[in-house]
Design a protein around this ligand. Structure first.
Ligand code: SF4
Length: 337
């Protein structure tokens, strides 16, 4: 079994045996960890570790599937405490050469904090910096010009190609409408960094035809990189609000049927497949009438994130939480570093 493969047969096998592949991804991480000591405590860190930065508990959107509906407090602290703790944490874990991804809540609601983090990322030359945003603050020319040079990718959540449908599913009127998005994507300095993230959701982008419509729209807009993600399988006895677990179960799209159609459609060509510990994705190239677009299809099962939390001494990913505390888990109260 290969957890990364450039052979389509392996991807097809993984679709039928997701549990086995997630377990293999998890085992790989445990076997490929390296010992390290922080604040006097010994841990085993995954060699290719990432830090997620939960920058802000607040978001101006209101997605029913928001993964931030958790059973621990996501309280915020003032900018000076947050940024100072962030610098200290980065100094402590710099030896691991982590990649970094800023998420939230909505990061662009706190532009001063975001710029301070951006300065830290540049100062320490952190690997593969990515910003995840709903796009709200990117309408601010001054902000995007300041932050874009520091990031390798800017991932914009865009759960439908229609402005109205997207505003409905995200529960707010996003000022970054399709016309403004198109201007951003065509910007010669940073447009190529923009990727679109689309949640596959029953009633919205939920079948092959809509995926193709989305890709054609993205190409027309000027964006050549789209990730479609299913809702996660969420354990009931972990950190998630029961309403969220229920919503995920009810609204989840059948990715296997979709992938069967992708596989048999000549507009798509297979690039690669990869299985992590709790996230698995296939990369395809789509060729439409107006051009090409990279299409990533991703699915996740957070039972395996829970299993990692339960693996003593092992840290596969780090999360810098809204209260300025670094842990080895999305659970704020687990594996405080
Ligand atoms: S945009 Fe992201 S952080 Fe905001 S509500 Fe939606 S899923 Fe949650």
């Amino acid at each position: 079994m290969h957890i990364t493969s450039y052979v389509l047969d392996d991807a097809i096998d993984a679709r039928k045996n997701r549990t086995r592949y997630f377990q293999a991804g998890l085992d790989y991480r445990i076997k490929n960890s390296i010992p390290g000591k922080i604040n006097g405590n010994k841990w085993n860190f995954y060699w290719n570790i990432n830090i997620y930065v939960d920058m802000n508990s607040k978001c101006n959107a209101n997605c029913a599937f928001c993964i931030n509906r958790v059973n621990f407090s996501r309280k915020d602290v003032p900018d000076d405490i947050y940024v100072n703790n962030f610098y200290q944490s980065i100094k402590e874990v710099r030896f691991l050469d982590p990649s970094i991804q800023i998420v939230g809540g909505e990061p662009t609601l706190l532009p001063d904090r975001l710029c301070a983090l951006k300065d830290c990322i540049s100062k320490f030359n952190l690997r593969k910096p990515i910003l995840g945003t709903n796009g709200f603050g990117l309408c601010n020319d001054n902000l995007i010009q300041r932050i874009a040079p520091a990031f390798q990718h800017i991932n914009i959540s865009r759960h439908h190609y229609g402005d109205e449908m997207r505003n409905r599913v995200m529960g707010f009127k996003n000022p970054l409408n399709n016309d403004k998005l198109s201007l951003l994507v065509k910007n010669k300095d940073f447009g190529h960094k923009i990727r679109l993230n689309c949640c596959l959701l029953s009633g919205y982008i939920d079948d092959f035809g809509k995926v193709v419509n989305y890709l054609n729209w993205a190409i027309e807009t000027g964006c050549r990189n789209v990730c479609f993600s299913t809702l996660s399988v969420l354990p009931e006895d972990y950190i998630y609000d029961p309403g969220l677990v229920n919503y995920s179960n009810l609204q989840m799209v059948d990715l296997n049927s979709l992938m069967n159609e992708v596989t048999s459609d000549s507009h798509f060509s297979f690039v690669k497949f990869h299985s992590g510990s709790h996230c698995m994705y296939e990369v395809w190239n789509y060729t439409g009438e107006q051009g090409d677009c990279m299409a990533v299809f991703s699915t996740s099962n957070n039972h395996y994130a829970q299993l990692l939390d339960q693996t003593e001494g092992m840290i596969e990913q780090m999360v810098f939480h809204t209260d300025g505390v670094l842990t080895g888990s999305w659970n704020r109260n687990c594996k405080i570093i």
